[in-house]
Design a protein around this ligand. Structure first.
Ligand code: ATP
Ligand code: MG
Length: 444
């Protein structure tokens, strides 16, 4: 793949409307384009990253036994009237009328619709638990959309829902998602901390927000630093083990501003361990019992012949927001260097030849390297433009391809200048490069 043939509309300068680094970088490298306030088109580079994130999210949902389905973006107002949220949701809900004058809406979330699907087919406790999820666009008419795709109106979300027979089983489901979230964010090379959260308009009694630290984050957080040292490895998908995992985290004070209590913070956390900072919410999990199953009448037959409303939880991940969140965590604004985690990088290697009109040799070498990498399942891109070397390197530093192969004037023989973005180059053979990159990929 030649960059001259790709659709990567790079801007020379930072767009002035962007206030935070992820928004700047995404516009600058042509990942997204605003189509109207808080609504974006995803251009090839941005779309590729988002799709890779989606794939990881999906794999980790499947690993805990959740089943994927797909609900529509447009919903009928009927079920929202049943739950009582049609009024409550207020102006954030985009309401639409069809040609028959029926009240429809663009889904901001899916508790009602999934409950309706559940109640129409599951009647017995024998079919529980059920963990269902979809990855679908949502619309929330945010009062102040801002920061690009971080707080926009149309966004891509993974939302999962659990259905259980009683609280004990429901907590087990909750904890499965708790684990899957830790695993998901780890594969994205993010440190996401589960924090006790307010349950907000979704309601209920148990909730965690998964927050990554960032100065530009909108959530204020108060935490015990030692929570960063908790090791989430080695826990099995089994009741006791998952409860232990959650307890490991809950030992430490970690809350967002809605739950913050100064006295409690000072009592529970010694001075040297206190951290007050900001973060980005990338995921949110809730347990809310029969909050929706009761008004929507989703009940199952119990072993003794009685009937009861199912106990539900819901579990969201901001798939599109994560693209920006990773940039906030990884982009060095001062040096203008981005390095995508290998697991979601838009390309894994950039092949950067110095191209000379009268001499094709570097471009030929680049083509051969490309073929070799491609045969080894390594996704690379060749910069075939006639720009000078340093501007090419700068461009890829910005795009954030994690590794670069430089073919300059002196490029001769079997060794190539190979460098990790932002670091010094090393001379390696193509076999050594392939081996190294393959090893990096296997780590994810
Ligand atoms: P926030 O507190 O940021 O407004 P929320 O609590 O309203 O989010 P949830 O209902 O918990 O959001 O949605 C699940 C996830 O969807 C959030 O953790 C976040 O990552 C993402 N998300 C929510 N609102 C937006 C938005 N306006 N733009 C992009 N992503 C969003
Ligand atoms: Mg939330």
């Amino acid at each position: 793949m030649y960059i001259s043939k790709a659709f990567i509309p790079i801007l020379k300068n930072n767009p002035s409307e962007a206030k935070i680094k992820s928004h700047q970088l995404m516009l600058r490298t042509g990942m997204i384009k605003q189509s109207s306030a808080g609504i974006y088109s995803w251009l090839p580079l941005g779309f590729k990253v988002m799709k890779k994130i989606e794939k990881i999210v999906r794999e980790e949902q499947n690993k805990i036994g959740a089943h994927e389905l797909l609900m529509p973006t447009i919903q009928s107002s009927e079920i929202w009237k049943e739950s009582g949220r049609y009024e409550d949701y207020g102006d954030e809900m985009l309401r639409i009328k069809d040609r028959q004058n029926r009240e429809m809406l663009y889904g901001p979330t899916n508790e009602e619709l999934i409950t309706e699907i559940f109640r129409s087919s599951i009647k017995s406790y024998k079919l529980l638990p059920q963990l269902l999820y979809h990855i679908q666009w949502k619309f929330r008419d945010e009062l102040r959309p801002r920061f690009g795709i971080m707080r926009c109106r149309e966004f891509f979300m993974k939302d999962a829902y659990s259905f259980d027979i009683n609280d004990e089983e429901a907590f087990f489901s909750y904890n499965k998602f708790f684990l899957s979230y830790l695993r998901t964010f780890k594969r994205l090379d993010l440190t996401a901390i589960p924090m006790a959260a307010d349950t907000g308009p979704i309601g209920g009694n148990l909730s965690h927000e998964f927050i990554i630290l960032a100065e530009t984050g909108e959530s204020k957080i108060f935490t015990d630093k030692r929570i960063f040292d908790v090791n989430s490895n080695g826990f099995d998908i089994e009741k006791k083990s998952l409860e232990d995992l959650r307890k490991q985290y809950e030992k430490f004070y970690a809350v967002t501003d809605e739950k913050f209590n100064k006295k409690e913070f000072e009592e529970k956390v010694s001075k040297e361990n206190r951290l007050t900072t900001k973060g980005i919410e990338v995921g949110h999990i809730f347990y809310f019992g029969d909050k929706y199953s009761k008004p929507l009448n989703a009940a199952v037959d119990l072993p003794g012949g009685k009937k009861d409303f199912v106990k539900m939880g819901s579990y969201g991940i901001g798939v599109s927001r994560l693209v920006g969140a990773i940039i906030e965590a990884k982009y060095d604004e001062k040096e203008e260097i981005m390095k995508w985690p290998m697991s979601v990088a838009p390309y894994e290697v950039a092949i950067i030849p110095l191209v000379n009109k009268n001499d094709n040799s570097n471009l030929e070498k680049a083509n051969n390297i490309f073929k070799h990498l491609n045969n080894n399942n390594i996704d690379s891109i060749i910069d075939d433009t006639d720009e000078n070397f340093s501007s090419k390197i700068k461009k890829f530093n910005l795009i954030g391809v994690p590794y670069q192969i430089l073919l300059g004037k002196k490029s001769d023989g079997d060794l190539f200048e190979f460098k990790e973005v932002g670091k010094d180059p090393k001379n390696l053979s193509i076999e050594q490069i392939t081996k190294f990159i393959t090893e990096q990929k296997e780590k994810i």
